[in-house]
Design a protein around this ligand. Structure first.
Ligand SMILES: [Zn+2]
Length: 307
């Protein structure tokens, strides 16, 4: 993955090394109930969902035939944090790499979605990406590392705890890079849903639904964000900045980490009683749908009979 070739976005807010807990920034650490966002949106923010419910074994089976790819990045040149035994100086430079990586992936999603929106006669307003460690306030309540990356419709920001980078890197090394990019692209996919009004329709529909129907809707919303991540990957692949080995290893790596995340989620205070994000097969299929077509219209998970 040649992420060094992506344009760097200015829309990254780095809260990782800054102010102490609770000292301003963002929308304040309100409990969820205090905000004027819909019930669906509340559910949504905890549907960080980027890769929940993917059984790594299934995923490995699914991707069988693909070998771990040779990395195109120089050793040590990849996003991560908190490696054991690193000096404070190394930690600082790693934080800088993380920030640059996030800014470049975000910048590329901005370029891709700007072009798509323009082609539809519309204008893409990019989200802000907030990097944090531990916990930070958001318009959707306090963002906690255990919740994983998420999109908050209330402030239109993507929240990403950078310890998540370390997790992927420590387990998978450089192939984890694509998984990291995928997660950012998935969260940006939720932002696109917000801009297109899909999220608002989703909220309204959920309010008229029973629990089972609401779950089914949330699956469709998540699968569409996966498909949108695939659309971004389509354009990155077109420019030869990612290849199929990136995609395969990235999905694999992300799937394995996803299992941890769902366990944290189900123990976490903000987790709703039950919701699902689709099976690994569904998620991989919708990602690949976007990846193969690059066309928004092919990502209508809400119209599919069996998404
Ligand atoms: Zn999601």
């Amino acid at each position: 993955m040649k992420w060094g070739d992506f344009r760097q976005s200015d829309n990254v807010e780095d809260r990782t090394g800054g102010a102490p807990e609770g000292s301003g920034g963002g929308g304040g650490g309100f409990p969820l109930g205090g905000m004027h966002i819909g019930a669906g949106a509340l559910i949504l923010i905890v549907i960080v969902g980027w890769l929940f419910g993917i059984n790594p074994l299934t995923m490995l089976g699914l991707l069988s035939g693909s070998q771990p790819p040779p990395t195109q990045s120089a050793p040590g040149y990849g996003p991560q944090t908190g490696a054991a035994g690193e000096t404070p100086q190394q930690a600082r430079s790693q934080a800088a790499v993380n920030k640059e990586f996030s800014a470049r992936v975000l910048g590329d999603t901005e370029d891709v979605w700007s072009a798509i929106f323009q082609a539809m006669g519309s204008r893409y307003e990019p989200p802000k990406l907030v990097l944090f460690r531990g916990s930070t306030p958001s318009a959707c309540g306090r963002a906690e590392a255990a919740v994983g990356p998420f999109y908050c419709p209330g402030d239109r920001d993507v929240y990403l705890d950078t310890s998540f980078f370390a997790e992927l890197h420590q387990r998978f090394g450089a192939p984890g890079e694509f998984a990291q990019a995928y997660v950012i692209a998935h969260e940006v996919g939720h932002h696109v849903q917000n801009l297109l009004g899909t999220m608002q329709k989703y909220d309204a529909q959920r309010e008229r639904s029973n629990a089972a129907q609401a779950n089914a809707l949330s699956v469709r919303l998540e699968l569409q964000a996966d498909c949108y991540a695939g659309i971004w990957a389509f354009y990155a692949a077109k420019r030869k900045l990612i290849d199929t080995a990136d995609v395969d290893s990235g999905l694999e790596a992300a799937a394995a980490v996803g299992d941890d995340r769902i366990q944290k989620m189900t123990r976490g205070a903000v987790a709703p009683d039950s919701f699902t994000h689709g099976s690994s097969a569904q998620r991989a299929r919708w990602f690949r749908t976007g990846l193969q077509s690059g066309d928004l219209r092919d990502c209508n998970t809400f119209a599919a009979a069996n998404p």
